[in-house]
Design a protein around this ligand. Structure first.
Ligand SMILES: NC(=O)c1ccc[n+]([C@@H]2O[C@H](COP(=O)([O-])OP(=O)(O)OC[C@H]3O[C@@H](n4cnc5c(N)ncnc54)[C@H](O)[C@@H]3O)[C@@H](O)[C@H]2O)c1
Ligand SMILES: O=C(O)C(=O)C[C@@H](O)[C@H](O)[C@H](O)COP(=O)(O)O
Ligand SMILES: [Zn+2]
Length: 352
């Protein structure tokens, strides 16, 4: 088993390895005394892993209730959050009780936000079950729901007490969902680790899962420890997300996050090359890696539509929006773009 320690406003362990679901109760008990545990999970994961986690928690002395919501991004909204909060209240959960987020990034973001606001904050644990959640969303404390107006527009920074990443559960992931995680893993490669990018681009990442998860989580840990509240360096983790989030919102959240990030990363690499920021060939290298992993690289939306969605990005400060531009595979920089130039940038990205 591997372990990464994250030291932010709260300090916690990310445990990565096989068989962790069965040991969840004992692992959680080391950081939270036996109490009432609300497992939050979706309509797919509940049938796969809820029983194992429930049994393990019960054997360790926790009493368990379960909140289930319909799987998918379309559930990551204020209505599901409201149902979750009413459920917690009905279950008479108190400040010493806890939430266990069992699922992908949608579950983690929703449950984390619920934990942050219910009674102004109760403890929570992340048990990621997608590759994307394992390498990215379960760590760092960003919790949110989408608004119709845009992605993750209501949320909080709220760190978990523990992250249990059981690599066995990734075996049941459909390839298309696994590919969502590959898009975020490629992001970590483009941001700062060219060998990681090469390994993932080759399309064999199911073989080195533990190592890849540890590498990505460690990179995220380094960034989040320096800038927990997203005022500077952490914005680098938004590579591909500025256009990507706009595409998700324009698709009414039908396109998955990882697929939208894949397109966003390719588009911004093309724009960076056209502006002379990125080394020639960077966008083509990213395009090839996406193709080899069955990920999309272009959008049907127009530059005007993408630009319109982009204006709601959280990196907007008054008249400018910060974009993350690749310089080459393994290095990126943040550049402020005036709001009125965003459509031209999107056009440059789509037409080059
Ligand atoms: N908080 C953060 O830092 C952060 C980082 C990256 C992404 N995110 C968010 O994460 C979300 C995307 O997460 P996701 O890609 O995990 O999507 P998801 O949670 O919707 O999971 C994808 C699908 O896989 C199913 N599933 C989950 N685990 C499974 C398993 N082990 N076997 C079979 N099926 C399984 C789910 O039921 C779902 O249908 C987006 O909302 C995105 O904004 C947040
Ligand atoms: O943790 C971060 O910081 C990230 O940016 C990771 C992203 O992969 C993730 O999708 C995040 O939720 C996007 O953040 P947002 O602040 O733009 O909503
Ligand atoms: Zn993301």
């Amino acid at each position: 088993m591997r372990s990464v320690t994250v030291k932010t406003s709260a300090t916690y362990e990310v445990l990565i390895g096989s068989g962790l679901l069965q040991k969840a109760g004992e692992a959680v008990k080391k950081v939270i005394s036996p109490c009432k545990a609300a497992i939050v999970t979706d309509s797919t994961v509940v049938h796969l892993y809820e029983e194992t986690v429930r049994k393990s928690l019960t054997e360790a002395g926790f009493s368990v209730c379960t909140f289930v919501f319909p799987a998918g991004e379309a559930s990551k909204n204020i209505h599901t959050l409201s149902h979750l909060l009413e459920f917690l209240a009905k279950e008479e959960m108190t400040r010493t009780d806890m939430i266990v987020a069992l699922g992908g990034g949608v579950t983690g973001d929703l449950a984390g936000f619920g934990a942050a606001v219910y009674l102004r904050g109760i403890p929570f644990v992340q048990i990621p079950t997608t590759f994307l959640a394992a390498i990215d969303s379960s760590v760092g404390g960003k919790a949110a729901v989408d608004l119709e107006a845009g992605k993750n527009l209501a949320g909080a920074f709220y760190q978990p007490k523990l992250v249990l990443c059981d690599t066995d559960v990734l075996q049941t992931l459909p390839e298309v969902v696994f590919a969502d995680g590959i898009a975020e893993a490629l992001k970590y490669g483009v941001l700062g680790d060219a060998p990681l990018f090469e390994k993932i681009a080759g399309g064999n990442c199911r073989q080195d899962l533990e190592e890849i998860i540890e590498t990505c989580v460690s990179m995220k840990r380094d960034v989040v420890e320096e800038d927990e509240f997203d005022t500077g360096k952490r914005q680098l983790l938004n590579l591909g997300h500025t256009f990507g989030h706009a595409i998700e919102q324009k698709s009414h959240f039908q396109m998955t996050h990882g697929h939208a990030v894949a397109i966003g990363m390719h588009l911004i690499a093309k724009a960076a090359e056209a502006k002379g920021i990125a080394e020639k060939g960077t966008a083509a290298t990213i395009a090839k890696a996406l193709e080899q992993n069955q990920l999309p690289k272009e959008t049907e939306f127009s530059p005007a539509e993408v630009a319109e969605g982009t204006l709601r990005d959280k990196k907007r400060r008054g008249g400018t929006i910060s974009f993350v531009f690749p310089k080459k595979i393994g290095a990126c920089e943040i550049v402020k773009i005036p709001v009125e130039e965003v459509e031209a940038l999107a056009k440059m990205a789509m037409e080059s």
